[in-house]
Design a protein around this ligand. Structure first.
Ligand SMILES: [Zn+2]
Length: 128
């Protein structure tokens, strides 16, 4: 990790702040956080999570198995969904469908929102 002030690579780890690694420069004493690089998951990990979801596993369940945060998985599912062509109208509305509910929040805990997906087990695809 390079110092943002003097560009020295003589830095040491200096605890954590808000879940991010903190560093201290041995040369100039500047303290800094690890650069906001995003977590990158391999494509096969992503595909596996999407497969688990499509097979009826809930987002919390996927999180428990893979230890990948449910909002990350939710983001991948949404991303994959956008790329799909529009599904043809279902000829039959199934009598039984699976519902998956996810409650989370944006920004602060009071700003709750829910995502419901209805999955048809007779055909591939999400009903609503
Ligand atoms: Zn420095």
């Amino acid at each position: 990790m390079k110092c943002p002030q003097c560009y020295s690579s003589q830095t040491t780890k200096n605890g954590h702040r808000r879940g991010r690694q903190c560093y201290k420069c041995k040369q100039c004493g500047r303290q800094f956080l690890e650069t906001g690089r995003r977590w990158r998951y391999a494509n096969d990990v992503k595909q596996l999570c999407i497969k688990m979801y499509l097979n009826g596993m809930g987002l919390r369940g996927i999180e428990r198995v893979t230890e990948i945060h449910h909002t990350t998985v939710m983001h991948w599912i949404r991303e994959a969904g956008v790329q799909l062509p529009d599904a043809p109208e279902a000829e039959e509305i199934p009598e039984v469908a699976d519902l998956d509910e996810l409650q989370t929040f944006i920004g602060n805990k009071r700003n709750k929102f829910w995502i419901w997906s209805a999955v048809n087990h007779q055909q591939a695809g999400i009903l609503a």
